[in-house]
Design a protein around this ligand. Structure first.
Ligand code: ZN
Length: 304
């Protein structure tokens, strides 16, 4: 979700409530109670920087969280980034990024789930262009990428394509929140403007669902071997309850937490999942991986 616009819309709404309360003669005390302490935000440990060693060919598939919703995947030498954001975000951050775009040696592809700037970072992708063979996303995001001159491909939901030995399919998403806030965008958004990615590697399957409200389809896939897991309690995401439903639909699948602990925005739910709360809610909580940015996770096929 495009955080700044959303915050502005919500803030406008809240301010209008405060004004109404302030105007009410019975609410004089409440109208002065606008100062509050900054809310707690769960945040990850210290970033583990990485460099050339992460680009070497091995006989494994290794993932690294980039912070935000971004992941680096090196599958036996075929290298992807999913939703990379490594610079140029428009809100204050809680983390350091584990690699700078100038230190990225090569990418066989960048995959982008949707157009919001916490997933489709134009500054980052401009700086990755020199080392990136292909960009893949939805038809809409592809049109934005073409405007930038990226070597991009647009796909419909359910489409499959290959990057090296990886088979990748677009999974559905429901994230057209822009239409619910008049004035946010002149464009009418469609669900198929956003997607997830189902990535089949020789070492197992990775599912990056992207930002979405919970859909029936999300609970009916064959069990993946890792989920890039957004567990924020936001109505335009899975909600915490919905995230737990997904987690428990695939009770042995490792959950690689993301979309949390990265942005200094204590009142903005999508950036404020707390791993400790999640651990109390899911079946087999030991499969929750609270990676720090840059830390590795080695993909293995789970017992299905
Ligand atoms: Zn997001």
């Amino acid at each position: 979700m495009k955080a700044k616009n959303w915050i502005f819309t919500v803030a406008t709404f809240l301010v209008s409530i405060l004004i109404v309360q302030a105007q009410s003669p019975t609410n004089g005390k409440q109208s002065t109670a606008t100062e509050k302490e900054k809310k707690y935000q769960a945040r990850p440990g210290k970033t583990q920087n990485f460099g050339a060693e992460a680009f070497e060919v091995s006989d494994k598939t290794t993932l690294r969280w980039l912070g935000m919703a971004g992941f680096f995947i090196n599958s036996r030498g075929t290298i992807l980034m999913v939703d990379p954001l490594l610079e140029g975000f428009d809100m204050p951050l809680l983390i350091d990024f584990p690699i700078a775009p100038k230190d990225v040696l090569r990418l066989d592809a960048v995959l982008v789930t949707h157009a919001d700037n916490d997933h489709y970072s134009i500054p980052t992708n401009r700086d990755l262009l020199r080392v990136t063979k292909e960009y893949h996303s939805t038809i809409y995001v592809d049109s934005l990428m073409k405007n930038e001159g990226f070597k991009s491909f647009g796909h419909t939901i359910g489409d499959q394509f290959k990057v090296g030995h990886l088979k990748i399919k677009l999974t559905p998403a429901d994230h057209a929140y822009q239409n619910a806030y008049p004035g946010m965008s002149k464009r009418v958004f469609k669900n198929e403007d956003a997607c997830g990615f189902w990535i089949e590697t020789p070492d197992g399957t990775i599912w990056a669902p992207g930002d979405s409200r919970l859909m029936k389809e999300h609970l009916e896939f064959p069990a993946p071997d890792a989920i890039l897991f957004d567990f924020s309690d936001s109505e335009w995401h899975f909600t915490l309850e919905g995230a737990v439903k997904i987690a428990n639909a695939y009770p042995n699948t490792p959950l690689l937490l993301n979309h949390w602990g990265s942005v200094d925005a204590p009142d903005f739910a999508p950036f404020n999942g707390d791993p400790e709360k999640l651990k109390k809610l899911v079946v087999n909580p030991e499969r929750i991986y609270v990676l720090v940015p840059g830390e590795t996770f080695i993909l293995k096929e789970i017992r299905k």
